[in-house]
Design a protein around this ligand. Sequence first.
Ligand code: HEM
Length: 476
Amino acid sequence: MTTYTRASAPRRLPLIGHAAGLRDPLSLLTSLPQYGDLVSLWIGPAHLLIVCHPDLARDVLTHDRIYDKGGMLYERLREVIGSGVGSCPSDAHRGQRRLVQPAFHRSRMAGYAAEMTRQLALESGRWRDGGTLAVYPALTSVTSRIIAKTLFSSDEITAHTDEFAAAMSTMLQSMALRMLVPPAWDRLPLPGRHRFQRARIRMRHISAQIITHYRATGIDEPDVLSMLLAARTDIGEPLSDNAIIDEITTLYLAGTETNASTLSWACHLVAEHPNVQRRLHDEADAVLGRRAATWDDIGQLVYTRQIIDETLRLCPPGWLLTRTATTDAELGGVPIPRGTTVAVSPYILHHNPDFWPDPQTFDPDRWAEPGRPRTDAYVPFAGGARKCLGSNFALAQTTLSLATIAATWHLESLPGPVHRGIGATLTPNRLRLRLHRHPPGHRHRQPPMPRNRPALEVSQANTSTAGIRDESQRKG
Ligand code: HEM
């Protein structure tokens, strides 16, 4: 029987605990497994028990009634998404998930995929040969339009859809700082506080207008809103407007930053690894030529998908998932008192050398069949009953988008570090790439790079990893 160890992280200071480590939270997190399988951290007076072993992470994620959604992340997220399927307590969860899940059934993916590539084509139509691209804002705008169209596809409300997306984006910009501040400090004049509240009111107002319009005109589109309007609860009642708004904002929030970050990190990593980029182009040339990818191509985009899987390992957007113990419990033989905040970090598990050889190396070939790792140490979409509802959607969007980009564009890195924005998700801020048109069959002229170059190699002072600098405190 495996025995698991419990420890406290060293260097806890009076009053602030380990808060000084928040200057570089990812380095702090990846240092923890050396101390134990369950490691205590204190941020000021708040105690966080970090799960560092995959067996225990699986136990937490699968026992969702014992380890329910809670902790600082979810307290703050509920301000935006209310009690939608992603943040509701476990006793309401099965019913809510049953209502929303059909929107992500495989049979709907071909339709969504068409919208994904249509929106990407609109965006990339503005890109210029030799120009530089601010990658994350560009891909966030594409992703946000894709998700908004998935939610409300009716062309009659396009202006409302754009306004909804703008209000959500304003709220999210203020989220990163709010997540680090306890709700008790909300009266402090924090930057962005009023902007956040105004955007929140605006977003709910626009959503209510869209719902009223759908109800009044009887619009029935193959979109999520039409499905929620037709849905009935366990007792046969329609959903209230507020419940529908919570679900819509949940899906928008869950699907926008996550997909945009994954795709942006993938572009960055591809640009940094010419051998990977060459193989990506080869696959795009063979499968797509110069056209955009469609749902029917997905089975053939094998290497592109390996790049996405490896990107999700190195840079999982959901880097920290918090839960609250609803009862006294036991985890790996360690007593967990009721009320303890327990955190599972995909980032820790994905960078642990005990489970991943050369964890810092970007190597899409890890995911080649046969030999593809099947391990609890890989949880970019979490697991158990609360596993990401949009994982198929996300994998389709990122794979099809990366292949479509590679069919036409060669990505070149520019000097300077990429800043890791650390908020609800892990985002590549200030990432700029130079674009060159990619002619199929034409070989690139870059000198070959050695394989296994560390993807996130250690760089200058104050730079945590490879040209990638943390920005946890800077967003506001
Ligand atoms: C690469 C992109 C994505 C990643 C890495 C990702 C990751 C995650 C993770 C880690 C969770 C679990 C959170 C927790 O347990 O605390 C989650 C939940 C969720 N995700 Fe995603 N997600 C992605 C894209 C999407 C998309 C595109 C959608 C929908 C449009 C979506 C919808 C959801 C929903 C609704 C939940 C809550 C599920 C529940 O509690 O039943 N996600 N996601």
